[in-house]
Design a protein around this ligand. Sequence first.
Ligand code: SAH
Length: 342
Amino acid sequence: MTSIARAPTTASPSARATRRSARRAATTPSASANEERTTSTFELERVVEPLIAETKTLNEGIAKFYDESSRVWEDVWGSEGGDGTHMHHGYYRRGEPVNHAKAQVDMIEESLRWAGVREVKRVLDVGCGIGGSSRHMVRKYGCEAEGVTLSPVQAARANALAKEEGVENMAKYRVADALNMPFEDGSFDFVWSMESGEHMPDKKKFVDELARVCAPGGRILIVTWCHRTLEPGQSALEPAERVLLDRICDAYYLPAWCSIADYKALAEDAGLVDIETEDWSEEVKPFWKGVIKTALTLKGVIGLLKSGAATLRGALVMPLMQTGLATGTIKFNLITMRKPPL
Ligand code: SAH
């Protein structure tokens, strides 16, 4: 299904070393403009890497990464005019002044508008972070919300924020794996996954699980990072593209990527209907420049150093997201679909 075969994020040190030399070898002249920009961070990544504690499984790595980095994200990014509760890209309208805090809320609003969501009774926030999106929906629709994350720190913070906002009876967060969720079949009329799909090692199981917990007639929306859809006759991305994605995967604890065409096929296989896809790669482009600028402030640098080596490596890799979006290897995609009514 996915077109990138890669070693898991939890690879042994020797496997990592093999991948490192493969990356060097795969740096092609045609990619030189972008590669030059990222070579210096490449070396810094290698300096930081030995300081990062090994984790045994992908899920353990994801949990630890968000346990360590969520607070600095909330504090540093939140000091830029927003509340720091949104760990996703902004949606930037062409011609409007760049306002990152507004753009992140606009991402939620535009996603709901695009998917045609008008009312919600019970939403599931899959890969909820600290629950910014679902509490927004609780306020907007007066609905109930459940959220799942792998990070105990995030679940606790999301519940604390719900309490602070007086919506703890409406919005509840817990630690659970999106591939095996503790909910009955058909429990939610809206299933929302904002920038968590890229962490899922089994995309088929992911889509099947979202379909299972969605009520008949209900809607699913996945907003996620994808790689570009392959051209006819292509069986894999170019070597330099794979190197780029591998570095991002290591830093952000991501398994193999897929394209939005792959997601569409999975949704069809799951028996879902009214499937629509969209590409907002242009609309999100100003985001990383803003994040990098904030990370480079004194507060940002101190926060990163305090959070630990994995968070620091995550910050070093940020320019690669810019490169991937600029070159078209990385796509910011949406897919929405419905579960057929009974
Ligand atoms: N949707 C949130 C957070 C995005 S960050 C927002 O927009 O603010 C990615 C989130 O996905 C993190 O909370 C992480 O814990 C979660 N995640 C990744 N893999 C997961 C899995 N297998 N099960 C549950 N949550 C997962």
